[in-house]
Design a protein around this ligand. Structure first.
Ligand SMILES: Cc1cc2nc3c(=O)[nH]c(=O)nc-3n(C[C@H](O)[C@H](O)[C@H](O)COP(=O)(O)O)c2cc1C
Length: 349
């Protein structure tokens, strides 16, 4: 009997201590939250306001694992991620039963089907397409689907190496993106398109202007087949690449031709091209120096803006035209861009 009473006394005392400690903790948090000036939620709703941050952070994982439907997330949903994972693991890329995509939305079906599709052995006979017949070294492009530019720096070394090796295996080309040509782009032996962004990474002189010498050096590489002048990309039209100082390590600095440890903000457009005429001059100059086809990449907002461009080409003659035009969609991805540009500017394809 005496032992039971002692145990009850001990539990009661422990309970009072725990309750007291909790009350003291709440009081301390209350005072901290009420007096701090950096977070309005915690100042207005002391202690309880802290749960908002915890739940917002955890909510992302709860939604992803428990609540989001297979086709719900953007830019890639669970069904797409699983499909890629299966294919990459060599487990095949077929699925059973019907599509789980909402095919009732207009524009969902992207490709038209051929009434008499080619047989397996007929693919080999499709002709490569010549790009840049006016260049000293036109490119016989072998492939229809290729890998769009994603800079080394935005992507890690293993990612760029994997793309280069995969592109060589698939017989397709890989664009460097605006961050210059890294050894990892060349490693797999695939065809490479050298992109020139507004900061001219990889082909710039000390002042950030286009360096003919560097252009020649790159053009001499057998793997580099064409040059792509980036006017804009879907995720950030009218905004150059953004590279924070902490990302500019010695390797990135050497590849891009910038100073290590210093932030690099690209100009919003090529300083050499303030109108369509100057753009055509720049294309002709790069083609002349490199001897390789030169195209442009952009995203479209309205057709009117482009009409003077084509009028200028008609006036100068077809030799003045870019050798190819890459059209990005407003929905395209990026390594870093302001959200309003990503969300609101440029037409989706
Ligand atoms: C991580 C990342 C980096 C990118 N870097 C570049 C770049 O350097 N230059 C460029 O023109 N586009 C860049 N893009 C855009 C892509 O090249 C492409 O235009 C866009 O993602 C749309 O194509 P998609 O629908 O196949 O994704 C980048 C995209 C991503 C996701």
């Amino acid at each position: 009997m005496g032992f039971a009473v002692s145990v009850l006394n001990f539990l009661a005392l422990a309970f009072v201590w725990v309750l007291g400690a909790l009350a003291a903790l709440v009081l301390i948090l209350y005072i901290i939250d009420r007096t701090q000036r950096s977070d309005a939620i915690r100042r207005n709703y002391p202690v309880i306001g802290r749960f908002r941050h915890i739940f917002s952070t955890l909510g992302e994982f709860f939604r992803q694992y428990f609540f989001a439907m297979d086709r719900e997330e953007l830019p890639f949903n669970r069904a797409q991620r699983d499909w890629v994972e299966h294919a990459a693991n060599g487990e095949g890329n077929t699925i059973a039963f019907g599509s789980t995509r909402n095919l009732g939305v207009p524009g969902t079906a992207i490709f038209t089907n051929a009434p008499f599709p080619p047989l397996d052995d007929q693919f080999a006979s499709s002709e490569p397409m010549m790009i840049g017949p006016r260049a000293r070294e036109p490119y016989m492009a072998p492939s229809f689907f290729n890998i769009s530019g994603m800079s080394y720096g935005a992507l890690s070394k293993p990612a760029v190496r994997a793309l280069s090796l995969g592109a060589a295996k698939a017989g397709i080309w890989l664009s460097t993106g605006e961050g210059g040509c890294a050894p990892h782009h060349l490693e797999g032996g695939c065809d490479v398109i050298m992109q020139i962004g507004t900061a001219k990474y990889g082909v710039r002189d000390a002042e950030g202007k286009l360096s003919e010498e560097k252009l020649r050096e790159l053009a001499a590489l057998r793997q580099i087949k064409m040059f792509e002048l980036k006017l804009a990309q879907g995720a950030k039209p009218g905004k150059g690449g953004i590279l924070p100082a902490e990302k500019v390590n010695a390797e990135i600095a050497a590849i891009r031709g910038i100073i290590e440890g210093t932030a690099s903000i690209s100009p919003n457009r090529h300083i050499e091209a303030g109108d369509w005429g100057e753009l055509l001059d720049m294309i002709a100059h790069i083609r002349n120096v490199s001897g390789k086809p030169v195209g442009i990449k952009t995203v479209l907002g309205a057709t009117e803006a482009w009409e003077p461009f084509f009028e200028e080409i008609v006036k100068r003659g077809e030799d003045a035209a870019p050798d190819f035009i890459t059209v990005d969609g407003g929905e395209g991805g990026t390594g870093a861009a302001p959200m309003p540009l990503m969300d609101l500017v440029g037409l989706p394809i």
